[in-house]
Design a protein around this ligand. Structure first.
Ligand SMILES: *[C@@H]1O[C@H](CO)[C@@H](O)[C@H](O)[C@H]1NC(C)=O
Ligand SMILES: *[C@@H]1O[C@H](CO)[C@@H](O)[C@H](O)[C@H]1NC(C)=O
Ligand SMILES: *[C@@H]1O[C@H](CO)[C@@H](O)[C@H](O)[C@H]1NC(C)=O
Ligand SMILES: *[C@@H]1O[C@H](CO)[C@@H](O)[C@H](O)[C@H]1NC(C)=O
Ligand SMILES: *[C@@H]1O[C@H](CO)[C@@H](O)[C@H](O)[C@H]1NC(C)=O
Ligand SMILES: *[C@@H]1O[C@H](CO)[C@@H](O)[C@H](O)[C@H]1NC(C)=O
Ligand SMILES: *[C@@H]1O[C@H](CO)[C@@H](O)[C@H](O)[C@H]1NC(C)=O
Ligand SMILES: *[C@@H]1O[C@H](CO)[C@@H](O)[C@H](O)[C@H]1NC(C)=O
Ligand SMILES: *[C@@H]1O[C@H](CO)[C@@H](O)[C@H](O)[C@H]1NC(C)=O
Ligand SMILES: *[C@@H]1O[C@H](CO)[C@@H](O)[C@H](O)[C@H]1NC(C)=O
Length: 675
C-alpha cells in the first residue's frame, strides 16, 4: 500500500512539472501580460487586482503619507478652499486617511486606487500619491488613436472633434498597433477618415460628460483650465494626447462613439462600428517581468531614492540619491540629482509626453540663437513679433537655461522684434529662480523685480520641522547647505539672511484655517538674486507688448512667472481653446516650492530624528508622496496665499480647424487680437 501511494504521488509531481508553464500562464494573471508591449486593459486589471492587501504595507503607506502631510503647506486650506476654488478643492485628508485605514479592500490595487484618487481630489499638482507598482502609474499607459479637441466653428458654436491631425500622430507613434484599431472599424471606414470628425456622443452621453468624468479621475491641478490635447515644446515639439485618448489607469476597455465624419454630404450618425478598444502600452522605463513574482519584485519594492539618507553618513558627495520615480513623474525633463537649485514643479501620474507633434504642424522656421533644452526662440513672418516657446523652467541645466533665455531675447530684439509672445503651453514648472530671472529680464529693474522678482513665501511650521532646524543648529550639521531647513539657505522678509544659529521656525505664526489651528514660518524673502548672468539694466520689451499664452496647463514655477507678469506688470494672458462658457484661468497650481517624502526623509535622517514619533517610517513600496513645501503669498491680497486667488485670462482664444495645434498659426492669431 505504501509503495503504491508513493508511486502515485510521484506520478502526480511529474505531471505537474511537465505542465508548469501552461498552468502558470493559465493561473498567473501577470504571466499573460509579462513581456508584452501592448496589452488589453482587462488583462492589466486581472493582473493587479490579483494581490490581496498586506496589512503591514497598507499601514506603512498610510503612515508615510500622513506624516509627510505635516510638511505640506496646504492641508488645512484644502479642507475647503476659498471661492472660487471651493467647488474644486474641499478634501479633508486627515479624515480620508482615517477612513482608508479602517476600510477593507478587495485587492491591493483597490486600496491604491482609493489612495490615489483621494489625493487627486485635492486638484493639487504637488500633493500627489504615486505607486509605481501599479502599472498605469508608470509602466503602462492606455491609448486610443483619436485625441479629442474642442473646436469652434465659423458661427461660434463649440463641439468636440477628433483632432484633425489624429491619424498623423497615431501612425507615427503607434505604427505597430494601428492595425488593431483599424480592424475594429468596418472596412469602409478608415482610421484616417475619422480625422476632424465631430463627436456627437461618447457612451451614449454628451461628449462633455465623458471628458469631464475623465478630468475628475485624472485630477492633477485646479481644473479651471482646459483638458483636450495640445502641443508642448519639451525636448522638441511634442504632443499631449489629452485625458480621453491617454489614460494612466486601465479604467475603460473601449470607447463607443457616435461621430459625424468630415466631407459626409448629409449628417451621418454612425453607431457601434466605432467602438474602439483602449490599448495599453508598456513604457520604455518599465522593468521587465514574466509573472506575478517577478512583476512584484521588479516594480513594487522601494528602490534607491525611495527613502532619504543621512547625509552625515555618506562619505562622498553629500547629496541624497534622487528617486528615479520622482524624476519620472515631475513634469519637466529630468534634472541632475546633484542640483541645488530649488524647484516648483508638478508631479503627474503621466510621465512627460514624448509623442511627436506632426512635423507639418511644428514651426518650419529655424530656432534662433539662445534656444536650449525646453526653450526655442522664433521670429514670426511679420519680423516684429518674437516668440519664446518654453515648455519647462528646467529644460536644461540651470546656467544653460538662464544664459539661453537672456541670449535668445537679446537676439530677438537685435533682429527687430518689438513685441514678444511667451508660449508656456503644458509648462509644469521647474527652477524657481529661472521663473524669477525671466520676469526680471523682460521687464527690467523695478520695485517688482529687484530684489524680489517672485513671491514672498512661508513654510509649514510643524513640531518635527522645528526640531530639524534646531538639530542643524545644535549639531552644526549640513556644512554644504543641502538641507531645506538649514537657516543659512534663507532670507527673512526684509531679504536679510538668517544667522546660522537662528531657528527661523520660531516663534511660529499661529493661524486658524477652516476652523483648524495651524502654524507657519515667518515670511521668507527672495533667494535668487543677485543673478548670474547679470540682467540688463533696462526692460527688453515694454510690458504692453508682451503676451503670455498657454492651454491653461501652466503650473508651479510657470504660475509664479505668469502671475507676477500678469498682476504686477499688466502683461496680457491668453488661454487656448477653453469652453466659452467657462472663465479660463491662465495657470493652475501655484505653490511656492515643491518637494517629496524622500527629500523630507533625508532632512529627518540627517538631523538624527528618524526615531521621533512624528517621523514617517521608511516606505516599503516604490512610491512617491509629493508636497508643497513653501507657499507663495498673494499679490492682490498679500496676507493670503496666491494659490487661492483668481488667475483669469484676458482672452480665451477659440481653436478653429485652421489653428488647432499649429503654434505658428496660434501666435499669428494672438498678434492680430492682442498686439
Ligand atoms: C494622521 O495624523 C494625525 C495627526 O496629524 C493623527 O491625528 C491621525 O490619527 C493620523 N491618521 C492615521 C490614519 O494614522
Ligand atoms: C471609464 O471608466 C470610469 C471609471 O471606471 C467610468 O466612471 C467611466 O464611466 C468610463 N467611461 C466610459 C466612457 O465608459
Ligand atoms: C475633405 O475633403 C477635402 C476636399 O476634397 C479634402 O482636402 C480633405 O482631406 C477631406 N478630409 C477628410 C478628413 O477626408
Ligand atoms: C523572463 O523569461 C525570459 C525567458 O525565459 C528570461 O530571459 C528573462 O530573464 C525573464 N525575465 C524576468 C524578469 O524574469
Ligand atoms: C521679413 O524678413 C525676411 C528676411 O529678411 C523678408 O524676406 C520678409 O519679406 C520680411 N517680412 C516682412 C513682412 O517684412
Ligand atoms: C513700486 O513703485 C510704484 C511706482 O513706480 C508704486 O506705485 C508702488 O507702490 C511701489 N510698490 C512697492 C511694493 O513699493
Ligand atoms: C556631520 O556631523 C558632524 C558633527 O555633528 C558635523 O560637524 C559635520 O559638519 C556633519 N557633516 C555633514 C556633512 O553634515
Ligand atoms: C530681518 O533681519 C534683520 C537683521 O536681523 C532685521 O533687522 C530685520 O528686522 C528682519 N526683518 C524681518 C521682517 O524680520
Ligand atoms: C503659537 O501656539 C503655540 C502653541 O501651539 C504657543 O506655544 C505659542 O506661544 C504661540 N505663538 C504665538 C506667537 O502666539
Ligand atoms: C533609534 O533608536 C534605536 C533603538 O532605541 C537605536 O538603536 C538607534 O540608534 C536610534 N537611531 C537614531 C537615528 O537615533
Amino acid at each position: 500500500m505504501a509503495r503504491l501511494a508513493f508511486t502515485a504521488l510521484f506520478a502526480f509531481f511529474s505531471l505537474g512539472r511537465v505542465s508548469t508553464e501552461v498552468a502558470r500562464q493559465a493561473t498567473d494573471p501577470c504571466a499573460k501580460i509579462g513581456g508584452q508591449k501592448w496589452v488589453s486593459p482587462q488583462d492589466l486589471r486581472a493582473c493587479y487586482t490579483s494581490f490581496p492587501v498586506d496589512p503591514a504595507v497598507k499601514e506603512n503607506i498610510i503612515q508615510v503619507i500622513n506624516k509627510t502631510l505635516a510638511f505640506h503647506t496646504s492641508v488645512s486650506y484644502e479642507v475647503s478652499a476659498p471661492e472660487p476654488f471651493t467647488p474644486f478643492v474641499h478634501e479633508d485628508l486627515i479624515a480620508d486617511l482615517a477612513r482608508i485605514s479602517s476600510s477593507q479592500y478587495a485587492s491591493d490595487y483597490d486600496l491604491h486606487v482609493d489612495l490615489s484618487r483621494t489625493l487627486k481630489r485635492l486638484n493639487d499638482g504637488h500633493c500627489v500619491w504615486i505607486n509605481s507598482c501599479y502599472f498605469q502609474d508608470s509602466l503602462f499607459q492606455s491609448f486610443l488613436p483619436i485625441p479629442l479637441v474642442l473646436l469652434t466653428d465659423s458661427g461660434g458654436s463649440q463641439n468636440v472633434h477628433i483632432a484633425p491631425e489624429a491619424f498623423a500622430v497615431a501612425s507615427a507613434e503607434f505604427a505597430d498597433e494601428l492595425q488593431v484599431w483599424q480592424s475594429a472599424l468596418p472596412p469602409a471606414i478608415t482610421l484616417e477618415s475619422l480625422n476632424g470628425a465631430r463627436v456627437l456622443s461618447i457612451a451614449g452621453q454628451d461628449p462633455f460628460a465623458a471628458i469631464d468624468a475623465n478630468a475628475l479621475i485624472t485630477g492633477s491641478f485646479q481644473p479651471l483650465g482646459t483638458r483636450q490635447n495640445s502641443y508642448q515644446f519639451g525636448a522638441g515639439w511634442t504632443y499631449i494626447m489629452g485625458d480621453f485618448a491617454q489614460q494612466n489607469r486601465p479604467n475603460n476597455d473601449s470607447a463607443l462613439l457616435t461621430v459625424q465624419r468630415v466631407n459626409e454630404s448629409h449628417p451621418e450618425t454612425i453607431q457601434e462600428y466605432s467602438k474602439l478598444p483602449y490599448r495599453a502600452r508598456i513604457s520604455a522605463a518599465a522593468v521587465s517581468f514574466n509573472d506575478s513574482a517577478s512583476y512584484r519584485a521588479n516594480n513594487c519594492l522601494a528602490i534607491s531614492g525611495t527613502n532619504g539618507i543621512d547625509l552625515n553618513e555618506t562619505s562622498s558627495a553629500n547629496t541624497a540619491p534622487v528617486s528615479n520615480t520622482v524624476l519620472k513623474f515631475q513634469q519637466q525633463p529630468p534634472i541632475k540629482s546633484n542640483n541645488k537649485h530649488r524647484v516648483n514643479v508638478m508631479l503627474d501620474t503621466k510621465p512627460l509626453s514624448d509623442v511627436a507633434l506632426p512635423p507639418t504642424l511644428a514651426p518650419s522656421s529655424p530656432a534662433l540663437p539662445g534656444s536650449f533644452g525646453s526653450g526655442n526662440f522664433y521670429m514670426q513672418p511679420d519680423n516684429i513679433t518674437g516668440v519664446l516657446a518654453l515648455g519647462s523652467f528646467a529644460g536644461d541645466d540651470f546656467d544653460t537655461t538662464l544664459n539661453g533665455l537672456l541670449q535668445g531675447l537679446v537676439n530677438l530684439k537685435s533682429l527687430g522684434a518689438t513685441q514678444l509672445i511667451v508660449d508656456v503651453s503644458n509648462n509644469g514648472g521647474g527652477f524657481i529662480c529661472v521663473a524669477e530671472f525671466l520676469h526680471r529680464i523682460i521687464v527690467g529693474p523695478k520695485n517688482t523685480t529687484v530684489p524680489q522678482a517672485g513671491l514672498y513665501t512661508e513654510a509649514r511650521d510643524g513640531m518635527l520641522a522645528r526640531l530639524i532646524v534646531q538639530q542643524i543648529i545644535d549639531q552644526t550639521l549640513d556644512p554644504e547647505q543641502d538641507l531645506l531647513y538649514n537657516p543659512r539657505n534663507w532670507n527673512n522678509a526684509s531679504n536679510v539672511a538668517f544667522a546660522s544659529d537662528e531657528n527661523w521656525l520660531l516663534p511660529p505664526v499661529n493661524v486658524t484655517i477652516n476652523g483648524r489651528a495651524d502654524a507657519f514660518s515667518q515670511r521668507l524673502g527672495q533667494e535668487c538674486q543677485p543673478f548670474t548672468p547679470a540682467p540688463p539694466s533696462e526692460a527688453l520689451f515694454p510690458t504692453s507688448k508682451v503676451v503670455i499664452v498657454s492651454n491653461g496647463r501652466c503650473a508651479s514655477s510657470c504660475s509664479l512667472f505668469s502671475i507676477t507678469m500678469a498682476k504686477e506688470e499688466g502683461v496680457k494672458t491668453v488661454v487656448l481653446g477653453g469652453k466659452n462658457d467657462v472663465q479660463q484661468a491662465y495657470c493652475g497650481t501655484v505653490g511656492g516650492q515643491s518637494t517629496d517624502f524622500s527629500t523630507i526623509d533625508t532632512e529627518i535622517k540627517t538631523a538624527k530624528l528618524k526615531n521621533n514619533s512624528l517621523a514617517p517610517p521608511d516606505l516599503l513600496v516604490n512610491g512617491v508622496q509629493g508636497i508643497t513645501w513653501r507657499l507663495g503669498f498673494g499679490i492682490d491680497d498679500p496676507t493670503q496665499p496666491e494659490e487661492w486667488q483668481p488667475h483669469l485670462a484676458n482672452l480665451n482664444l477659440p481653436l478653429t480647424p485652421d489653428i488647432v495645434n499649429n503654434p505658428v498659426a496660434v501666435w499669428t492669431r494672438i498678434t492680430e487680437e492682442l498686439l
